[in-house]
Design a protein around this ligand. Structure first.
Ligand code: ASP
Length: 336
């Protein structure tokens, strides 16, 4: 065996790649049939259409499912599903009504990925409710992948988005109460509602994902979490699957959580195993005190198998499959 061929074979084995076909060895040519050796060739029938989303997001998932059942793309479905939460003023962690930063400004983050691996994101946007749609416009109508702050707002206004005050009376009151002590600490969410991360498989079997949030309540001005960052709050690879995160974004970013989960699935782990390992990477860090913060993941693979796992109890997700939409309690790590 030529040396280069040996190296190729050895590294493929070292990565634990699955479904390696007999054509992988020749590295002098990169025919598309050889590239396919790196992805699952499982003949299992895909469960589709399917939607999975973080937290109790019944209406958002129902909306996405309706789009999919009517034949829309997974991309269209996740955008439309996320818009429901962005418009829901009662939800204080997404879109209008989101809790502000410590200066009283509501700033939104969002990103979207399609089945071709395209990605668009907006970070720290004020005055625009449907940031998920702005993220899609960044992906489709600009040569860039991320727009931030004023530039993102200017772009949104040019694209015809409506300027509006995102701070509701309820969120203003909560911020004023918080200011009395100005204590900042991450909160373990037990209200069963937070950032929405959504993944969908359409009737053609294509996967897309979206994630939208107002970020951590009372964050420092300018703080951005995992939600709009590729590989952090969201990652999709149409040949493998997708993953999305919620919770303390700093911890998700430090472990590149969603990308990690997709890569683990590529290497043969089930979505559930991959989510559990990604949580493990956070909680097993030497000296890490995970008692005070929460992270939750959801994942789906190309066959429509799903997984979810969090550090603490109280994380749930909505799953639409076989024409049923259910809110399901996630398994979790900290059972002490
Ligand atoms: N992950 C989001 C962030 O860190 C917040 C959340 O999911 O609650 O901005």
């Amino acid at each position: 065996m030529k040396r280069r061929n040996f190296i190729k074979k050895a590294s493929a084995t070292g990565l634990g790649l699955v479904a390696v076909s007999s054509t992988i060895i020749s590295c002098d040519e990169t025919k598309s049939s050889e590239k396919k050796a790196f992805v699952s060739t499982s003949k299992t029938k895909t469960i589709k259409p399917l939607v999975i989303a973080t937290w109790k997001t019944d209406l958002a998932v129902e909306t996405a499912a309706k789009y999919l059942e009517q034949g829309s793309s997974a991309l269209e479905a996740v955008e439309q599903g996320c818009r429901i939460e962005e418009a829901n003023e009662k939800g204080q962690s997404v879109g209008k009504g989101g809790l502000p930063d410590r200066d009283g400004n509501v700033t939104l983050d969002a990103c979207i990925m399609d089945e071709k691996g395209n990605y668009g994101a907006v970070l720290g946007v004020k005055n625009i409710k449907h940031v998920i749609s702005v993220a899609r416009k960044v992906m489709e109508d600009t040569p860039h992948v991320m727009l931030v702050g004023e530039g993102a707002e200017k772009f949104a206004l040019e694209k015809g988005f409506k300027k509006e005050n995102l701070l509701t009376e309820a969120s203003k009151k909560a911020w004023e109460k918080w200011k009395e002590k100005s204590e900042y600490k991450p909160i373990i969410n037990i209200e069963n509602h937070d950032t929405i991360g959504m993944l969908a498989i359409d009737k053609k079997g294509n996967i897309s994902g979206a994630c939208t949030t107002s970020g951590l309540a009372y964050k420092m001005a300018g703080r951005v979490g995992d939600s709009p960052i590729i590989g952090g709050g969201l990652f999709v690879d149409n040949e493998v699957g997708g993953a999305s995160a919620t919770g303390l974004g700093e911890e998700v970013l430090k472990t590149v959580g969603s990308f990690l989960i997709v890569e683990l699935m590529r290497q043969g782990k089930s979505p559930q195993e991959a989510c559990e390992e990604a949580i493990g990477r956070i909680v097993n860090k030497p000296g890490k005190n995970f008692k005070d913060f929460q992270v939750g993941y959801i994942a789906v693979n190309k066959q429509g198998e799903t997984g979810a796992y969090s550090i603490h109890e109280w994380f749930s997700y909505n799953l639409y499959k076989n024409k049923e939409n259910k809110n399901i309690k996630s398994d979790f790590f900290n059972k002490a």
